[in-house]
Design a protein around this ligand. Structure first.
Ligand code: SF4
Ligand code: SF4
Length: 445
């Protein structure tokens, strides 16, 4: 296939074991509504939503539980019908407890959706407003409110919308299933995003380890010459925004700049589906599509679950964990968060739950730095991870700032590579947060 020749990519990166075979052939299953859901008020970047319900309120599926509070915020809808038990501070997959609305669900299945809009006649303004009221957030991990990304500053010349179909994290196959099961909806979601932004060119970047998705999408865009399917080299982190833009357009996003500055708007495959469902079916963002995988789960699956479903309910639905399971991670193994409390609920941008056994996790003892330079060679952003981690340990924050610690995208490539098992990204994340606190203090001084 011509599209698989001359594959585009970026400098650096790694090739971790893909581990996709556990679930890539498993079609999405819809998990039944659990008896109780825990719906966090903060499932997005920005201010938490403001509750509109109280203890005892009866709600329907699609009811607004909490309203958007400020420009960078999102409304939260009920993913099931039932009764509000309480609003309390509960476990969260981020590792930090957050305010959440707890709902005892019922079997009434009463729903309250938005009126469907005509795909061919809908205007740019109507798409953006629909995305806003449907509470859609980016599905790529950061959970940035999507309507904000559809309204770039007027001085930015955006030329192309790129859908991120790389799914470069090992194990995860959720985006792949969307691309093969809902191929036309992915393309139509992209067309809606292009219309919202008033952009004529679209592209879908996919790693070449997904030939079936590449083939199906190429067939689906035959009548849309403005959309191209870009087969990319399979390499982590190919799906990071800057790497994707470099691979697809050849343009660099300068440190501290955004994709818009390089003329590109990036959206995830799951976000395109959520936009399509909100516009054409009137569905607010009520469910999360996720991969449940790892050798430690008895029945690996790709699932559609109601937002607020707990990790423990999902694990039980997948048959439970094996005796040799040692670690549960929400997200992918490279950037995901290890979990200590399985009562934490799934949120809008949750992409996976991994149950890993000891042979799937790095259990080597940490040693002193070998000065091998491997972390520097693989960093896609040309940073010096070993130095940044060391400067954080020494609390030399200004020096770390000068070396660009805030630019780090926390991809974990350096940590994965390090033969001394030094938790580089964890140190860098800590240093980055401290430098950002320092920068805010300087600004308010
Ligand atoms: S985590 Fe940061 S420093 Fe490490 S490889 Fe990724 S971008 Fe580079
Ligand atoms: S990869 Fe690890 S051992 Fe090698 S230079 Fe970097 S921190 Fe040191």
């Amino acid at each position: 296939m011509a599209i698989l020749k001359n594959l585009k990519t970026f400098k650096g990166g790694i090739h971790p074991a893909e581990q996709k075979a556990l679930t890539e052939e498993n079609a999405f299953e819809i998990m039944p509504t659990p008896q109780q859901i825990i719906v966090p008020l903060s499932q997005h970047l920005g201010k938490p939503a403001k509750p509109l319900v109280k203890k005892g309120s009866e709600v329907k599926t699609g009811d607004i539980l909490a309203e958007q509070d400020g420009f960078i915020s999102c409304p939260i809808h009920s993913s099931a019908s039932g009764k509000v038990l309480k609003i309390s501070t509960d476990s969260n997959v981020s590792g930090f407890p957050k305010d959440a609305i707890i709902i005892q669900t019922n079997d009434m299945n009463e729903s309250l959706f938005l009126p469907p809009l005509d795909f061919d006649k809908v205007t740019s303004e109507e798409i953006i407003e629909r995305v806003k009221v449907a509470g859609i957030v980016g599905q790529g991990g950061a959970a940035f409110p999507t309507y904000v990304k559809l309204t770039p500053p007027k001085d930015k010349q955006v030329e192309v919308v790129i859908l991120n179909g790389c799914e470069c994290e090992p194990y995860l196959t959720r985006d792949y299933r969307y691309m093969v099961e809902r191929t036309e909806d992915v393309v139509n979601g992209l067309r809606l995003i292009m219309k919202a932004l008033g952009i004529k060119k679209g592209a879908i970047g996919i790693e070449n380890n997904k030939p079936e998705a590449i083939k199906k999408l190429n067939d689906a865009v035959k009548n849309f010459p403005e959309i191209t399917i870009e087969a990319l080299k399979t390499k982590y982190p190919q799906g990071a925004e800057k790497m994707l833009i470099k691979a697809v357009t050849g343009k660099e996003v300068a440190p501290g700049k955004l994709p818009f500055d390089a003329g590109a708007a990036i959206q995830n495959i799951g976000t395109a589906i959520a936009i399509y469902d909100a516009v054409v079916k009137g569905e607010p963002q009520l469910t999360a599509a996720l991969t449940v995988s790892g050798k430690g789960i008895k029945n690996p699956k790709n699932l559609i679950v109601k937002i607020g479903t707990t990790i423990s309910d999902i694990i039980e639905y997948c048959g439970g964990i094996t005796e040799d399971a040692v670690k549960i991670v929400v997200g992918g193994p490279m950037m995901g968060v290890a979990q200590y409390d399985f009562s934490a609920p799934v949120m809008k941008a949750t992409s996976g739950i991994l149950v890993l056994t000891s042979d799937e996790v790095n259990s080597h003892e940490q040693t002193a730095c070998l000065r091998c330079g491997m972390c520097v060679d693989v960093c896609p952003l040309n940073l010096t991870p070993t130095r940044l981690a060391r400067l954080t340990q020494l609390e030399k924050l200004e020096e770390a700032e000068e070396l660009g610690i805030t630019v780090c995208m926390e991809c974990g490539t350096c940590t994965y590579t390090c033969p001394a098992s030094i938790p580089l990204v964890q140190w860098i994340r800590l240093g980055k947060q401290s430098v950002q606190t320092l920068q805010r203090a300087r600004q308010s001084a």
